[in-house]
Design a protein around this ligand. Structure first.
Ligand code: UDX
Length: 439
């Protein structure tokens, strides 16, 4: 099976590399010649554990190729995956410009009948519209078959998720196309769910919206726990053991970020609105998340009164650990806010530190050294639960901070560890820890 993948962003690159790993011949196409040049030198353009080795291995086997020429990449392809971005427009809806352009490229260069698989997250109905668009541009006699095959990859574990996913969703108009897609994916050994195109598109949005809802739900419970003296970690543990609820995505914190949840929840609200359906539940999920991102600032203002002239060590920039991705990270909200309130900000991130000044215009210093960030600061604010931060002895705060005051947005330490270390500790949905001396 000869496969082409259009788009070498997160989804496209992981998909292309994984399909080559299971034995297919894959050409990945991107309009960015610099990206293609790097990829051709075996340099992965995104940070993703395990991706680099797998990519190189398949390039050496000559099963994986990269090109910026659509004509070359699409030549003789039986199946073309579209994995270009669908970024958010100002009104919250998905921008389909890139996917439409990719579809037009396929229509222009397709020499024979082709199956077009849409991996990108697209509003329900898009696959069929894309098919119509291609049919009106393709040369006569060439058949276009369409398939919706959404991805469920988490950044930081995308390779693992590709090979150990819970399900592969294949939405098609006919059995023959589903058969081809099932055959392509068979080596993954993951259960396949066959469905219609619209349901497949909806499965992706509904899954992300449901996970976002779980997070906002536990965050609301956390906020209530703070008022009532309960501990959200205990509550989540007790809830999660009920198999109908499940323990995943019940970690309270300062809200979800990343390239998917914020964008996809907004797009689903927008899509519902377009069909005269007021998706109130999801609107509240988004509202809760927006407020949750501000929580640590509120806690700091309550503690200090003013942040003017305070030196704050921000630990973590990425929207979650094991990625250098800052998209929709709570750090993008928190750092400008700290600067606006007159604080002096020093940010630590083991991987994403270099990206800080590119994404955030507010004055701040970025470092890959946690001790440099903490040294002499008036308090620390934990934004990302990086493993090295979680593993760090809380005594480090006592040693390095001007005063050992920690605002933890990810509940990295147990209450007893914080007490033992003698730090003043404010976390999410748990009792504050105030050492005797600071009372
Ligand atoms: C998500 C989906 O998990 C994936 O299936 C989809 O394809 C893309 O979107 P990703 O954005 O990589 O993946 O991150 P994920 O690990 O799901 O976390 C999203 C955000 O939620 C992070 O900011 C994380 O910190 C937050 N989160 C997650 C919580 O606050 N609590 C949790 O219990 C879980």
């Amino acid at each position: 099976m000869k496969i082409a993948v259009i788009g070498t962003g997160y989804v496209g690159l992981v998909t292309g590399v994984a399909l080559a790993e299971i034995g297919h011949t894959v050409t990945c196409i991107d309009v960015d010649p610099e990206k293609i040049a790097e990829l051709n030198q075996g340099i992965p353009t995104i940070y993703e554990p395990g991706l680099g080795e797998m990519m190189l291995r398949n390039q050496k086997r000559r099963r994986l190729h990269f090109t910026d020429q659509h004509r070359v990449g699409l030549d003789g392809a039986d199946v073309v995956y579209l994995a270009v971005g669908t970024p958010q427009l100002a009104d919250g809806s998905a921008n389909l410009r890139y996917i439409e352009q990719a579809a037009l490229d396929v229509a222009e260069y397709a020499q024979e009948s082709v199956i077009v698989v849409i991996k990108s997250t697209v509003p329900v109905g898009t696959n069929m519209r894309i098919k119509q668009l291609m049919l009106s541009h393709v040369r006569p006699g060439i058949a276009i078959r369409i398939a919706s095959n959404p991805e469920f990859l988490r950044e930081g574990s995308a390779i693992h998720d590709t090979f150990h996913g819970d399900r592969i969703i294949i939405g098609t108009e006919d059995h023959e196309t589903a058969d081809v897609l099932e055959e392509i994916n068979a080596p993954f050994g993951i259960p396949v769910v066959r469905t219609d195109v619209s349901s497949s598109e909806m499965i992706k949005y509904a899954s992300n919206a449901f996970l976002a809802t779980k997070i906002s739900f536990i965050n609301e419970i956390a906020n209530l726990c703070e008022k009532l003296g309960a501990d959200v970690e205990e509550v989540a543990k007790g809830m999660g053991l009920d198999h109908r609820i499940g323990s995943a995505f019940l970690k309270a914190g300062i809200g979800y970020g990343g390239s998917c949840f914020p964008k996809d929840t907004n797009a689903l609200v927008q899509l519902a609105g377009n069909h005269h359906h007021d998706f109130n539940l999801l609107k509240s999920v988004i509202e809760v998340n927006n407020h949750q991102q501000q929580l640590l600032i509120e806690k700091m203002l309550t503690r200090f009164g003013s942040l003017h002239g305070k030196k704050v060590a921000v630990l973590g920039l990425a929207f979650k650990p094991n990625t250098d991705d800052l998209r929709e990270s709570p750090a993008l909200v928190l750092i400008p806010k700290l600067a606006e309130l007159g604080a002096e900000v020093v940010c630590y991130d083991p991987i994403a530190a270099n990206q800080g000044s590119k994404w955030i215009s507010a004055p701040a210093v970025y470092t890959k050294s946690v001790s440099k960030a903490l040294n002499g600061a008036d308090c620390a604010m934990i934004v990302t639960d990086w493993p090295d931060i979680k593993r760090m002895d809380p005594q480090t705060f006592v040693r390095l901070l001007h005063e050992p005051i920690v605002f933890d947005g990810r509940n990295c330490y147990t209450i007893s560890a914080a007490r033992k270390a003698g730090i003043e500790y404010y976390s999410i949905g748990r009792p504050d820890v105030i050492p005797e001396v600071s009372k």
